[in-house]
Design a protein around this ligand. Structure first.
Ligand SMILES: [Mg+2]
Length: 349
């Protein structure tokens, strides 16, 4: 098996603000694994919040690829996952890139799209939200209006600022028919969040994601008990083993490949959350189609979808899955994840 590891600093169309930071680029690491003439593609945009960086991922990936090479069989996914876990237990982002590349490679060797290998129903995909990052109320209104005009019926609005209400009101006015979900990215205390739920509910907000700090499970529980708005745990729920801790403190769990280490761990997180009676969400970072496309194949499992990350990039070395309005068209994928090299990208650099 041959492999390549490449790093990209992908520019975003607009600076992307959340409560704790604003980013202008997406630091992306791509792995390509080639086995008997077939290539699988995987990528990750690691998050400093979870303790990883493009540099740490790029440093670890060669030894993870050597592990896959030594096993020598892209279908040996249980064994590959176990050995990658043993080798890089604290580096889920690095494992995610390899997980996607191995799954893409295995599905390509079988000449199947990934969702068909898993037997999932492409018609069960929920529409994706489009994320409006933190900016001035005027700019957030513009972005919301543009997103609604281009077919997104559900907007995820980032809050956690000194004037959240002005921002949400501006978005509401700019996109009066859109369903609004709010993500505070751990910015509020439980008391602040409970206060805000009154006007969030008045504005018709249909979901509140991570209102309080990641380890404030009691606060999360109090917010959930105080409002009719369904509350999602994101930063508070990283892997399947976190689910029992948050199960009676929220309504929804947001699974992300980058947090838990790839497609198999994300599937396990979703099944665990479902078994605890929670609703399921699949989310992402601002990241390349080379990672988003893989996550879309899990989308038939979930109730809420937030996989707009690649839409926020100015340019991407990979193309991914087409959207029909705000619904990803899995049936358009003929093999693997559907991510392919973007010929226009080479010309633009
Ligand atoms: Mg979130």
């Amino acid at each position: 098996m041959n492999w390549t590891v490449d790093r990209y600093d992908l520019p975003l169309s607009n600076p992307f603000g959340i409560a704790r930071e604003t980013s202008e680029t997406s630091e992306t690491v791509v792995v390509e694994l080639t086995h008997e003439g077939t290539t699988g593609i995987g990528a990750v945009t690691p998050s400093a919040y979870y303790g990883e960086s493009a540099a740490s991922v790029a440093e670890t990936l060669p030894s993870l690829c050597q592990t896959v090479d030594r096993i020598g069989d892209p279908h040996a996914q249980q064994r590959i996952e176990r050995e990658l876990d043993d080798h890089a237990p604290d580096q889920p982002a690095a494992r995610m890139a390899v997980s996607i590349a191995v799954h893409d490679l295995a599905a390509r060797c079988l000449d199947l799209p990934l969702y068909r290998q898993w037997g999932l129903d492409p018609a069960a995909i929920p529409p994706t939200t489009y994320t409006v990052g933190i900016d001035t109320p005027e700019r957030m209104a513009e972005k919301a209006s543009e997103a609604a005009a281009s077919g997104f019926g559900r907007l995820k609005v980032k809050l956690g600022t000194d004037d959240d209400r002005a921002r949400l009101d501006a978005v509401r006015e700019a996109a009066p028919d859109a369903e609004l979900r709010v993500d505070a990215n751990a910015a509020w205390t439980a008391e602040e969040a409970i206060d805000k739920t009154a006007w969030l509910a008045d504005a018709g907000v249909t979901m509140l994601e991570q209102p309080v700090e990641a380890d404030d499970i009691d606060g999360l529980r109090r917010v959930t008990a105080a409002t009719e708005i369904p509350v999602a745990a994101d930063e508070s729920c990283v892997t399947a083993s976190d689910v029992p801790r948050v199960a009676d403190a929220c309504d929804i769990v947001n699974a992300k490949l980058v947090k838990c280490g790839g497609l198999r761990p994300a599937t396990r997180l979703l099944h665990t959350a479902e078994a605890h009676g929670l609703d399921l969400m699949l989310g992402c970072m601002v990241e390349s189609n080379a990672s988003i496309a893989a996550a879309v194949h899990l989308a038939p499992l979930v109730d809420y979808l937030d996989l707009d990350g690649a839409l926020l990039l100015e340019s991407d070395p990979y193309t991914g899955m087409p959207l029909d309005g705000d619904v990803f068209d899995l049936t358009s994928v003929s093999v693997g994840t559907g991510a392919t090299r973007n010929p226009a990208f080479a010309e633009s650099v």
